[in-house]
Design a protein around this ligand. Structure first.
Ligand code: MN
Ligand code: MN
Length: 467
């Protein structure tokens, strides 16, 4: 090698940003730790397919770790662990820090709702001696992806006497599953001329639930009658009880390793249980933090965060205000001094669809947790745009703790875009930045993440809340 070449190499090493694959930056024991962490994540995915299930699993795990339900006015000491369950759909938890709460909290926010098909209020109907459910999709989906695959049904039914039944059908091997049908290609000539967005229309997302009639030669709607009588026998419900039900159809398959090298995980609902689980696991592993840690697993992000379980509501603000008061401060004082990692997924570069990404500023599989300074669309509309100072702080924190991370923007400028809860938290005067795991096929029934990126997210949340 000439002297010139080695000089160039040295200069490059010193001046160029490093973008090495995370696998090459981890040793075998770190990879083993990462893979073991992901086994637990897969179990969580299979147990928590809806916001209600994720909230229930979270409360169960919090209780096992000694967290107690928070009641405003409680006496709180450093190291105390508390949580609040918001209507069984969102959970906010805290560990009291050794520093006064007026120095702010370390906040992690992730969502536990995912795109799916919700049943309508009057869902059951019979057509041509088949029984079906009418649905209204929840969140941003490509509708054609939700046909011709097994669906499970999860949720609750509240009966007229206010008793509540929890439903989960289609997950156990012996369970039946449900399905939205699609046209056979032989007769799809007209359908194939529709645009992809219209390939399957909203009112065509009907779920098949039965086909055998009630044994009687008289009367109409005997298949529907048979289904309702099965449901009455199993749950004691009648057709009217669907009015006060929340039933969600989700993919019936389980989380699986992807690739010969098992480097990735395919599953329904990585968005955003991948960030919810990693932030939650980091919180569970945290003991005696300096700053009070608050982690919120929220609902309704996929429909815009409105409603009393979404982060546009005041529930998080109230929780922090109550905590502040119990610890001798004010909610607004605490919020203004707080820092937040808004934990949500980002799009991973897909070699099959490179045209939507700008290669210097997008996230890649295996390059670690993705830090996104700003989100939004068309001129950063709707973004919270973290300050250079806060990005600098986070960058320094991750680097000094050897967290594998990258930056990423959601696609090319004006290609589309999107945002998450960061803006709503930043609007409370909190320093906020988006941090999350890159996902392939985001919002599809089967999404893909890299195990290294999942583990890097856990490490990022961990160093942030323990800082
Ligand atoms: Mn999300
Ligand atoms: Mn999403």
């Amino acid at each position: 090698m000439s002297e010139k070449t080695s000089q160039v190499r040295e200069l490059k090493e010193k001046l160029f940003a490093k973008k090495k694959n995370g696998f090459l930056r981890m040793n075998d024991s770190e990879i083993a730790e990462c893979d073991a962490f992901c086994e637990d994540y897969k179990k969580f995915l299979d147990r928590a397919k809806t916001e209600r299930e994720a909230a229930a699993v979270a409360v169960e795990m919090l209780t096992a770790k000694g967290y107690v339900e928070y009641v405003p006015g409680m006496k709180l000491n450093p190291g105390d662990k508390i949580y609040k369950n918001n209507r069984d759909k969102a959970v906010v938890m805290a560990i009291i820090g050794t520093e006064p709460i007026s120095s702010g909290v370390r906040l992690c926010a992730a969502h536990i709702d995912s795109p799916r098909l919700d049943l309508k209020q009057n869902p059951v109907y019979e057509d041509s001696e088949m029984a079906l459910f009418k649905t209204h999709y929840y969140g941003g989906i490509k509708k054609y992806q939700w046909t011709a695959m097994p669906l499970a049904l999860h949720g609750v039914i509240v009966k007229s006497d206010n008793s509540k039944i929890t439903v989960s059908i289609g997950e156990d091997e012996g369970d039946p599953v449900f399905c939205v049908t699609d046209l056979l290609p032989h007769l799809g000539t007209d359908q194939m001329k529709r645009t992809l967005a219209q390939g399957i229309k909203g009112e065509e997302l009907n779920i098949v639930i039965g086909s055998r009639p009630f044994r009687d030669d008289e009367g109409s709607e005997l298949v529907k009658l048979n289904i309702l009588s099965i449901l009455f026998e199993k749950y004691g419900i009648t057709e009217s009880d669907f009015i006060s039900a929340e039933l969600e159809a989700v993919p019936a398959f389980k989380a699986r390793d992807i690739g010969f090298d098992r480097s990735m995980i395919g599953s329904y609902g990585h968005d955003d249980r991948v960030c919810a689980y990693t932030a939650f696991a980091a919180t569970l592993d945290c003991e005696n933090p300096k700053h009070t840690v608050v982690t919120v697993l929220t609902d309704k992000e996929e429909t815009g965060s409105d409603g009393n379980t979404g982060l546009c509501s005041s529930y998080l603000e109230y929780f922090i205000a109550d905590l502040a008061e119990d610890l001798g401060s004010k909610g607004r004082t605490v919020l203004s001094a707080s820092q937040c990692l808004s934990a949500d997924v980002n799009a991973a570069f897909d070699p099959t669809f490179p045209e939507v990404m700008e290669r210097n500023n997008c996230a890649y599989i295996n390059k670690g947790v993705c830090v996104t300074k700003f989100t939004g669309a068309r001129g950063k509309s709707g973004t919270s745009d973290a300050s250079a100072e806060f990005v600098g702080r986070v960058r320094n924190l991750l680097d000094s703790n050897n967290v594998i991370w990258q930056t990423g923007e959601l696609g090319k400028v004006d290609m589309g875009g999107g945002g998450t809860v960061a803006a709503y938290i930043a609007n409370l005067d909190v320093d906020t930045i988006d941090v999350g795991v890159p996902v392939l096929s985001m919002h599809a029934p089967f999404e893909i993440v890299s195990k290294i990126d999942v583990y890097s997210a856990y490490r990022a949340f961990s160093v942030f809340i323990n800082d």
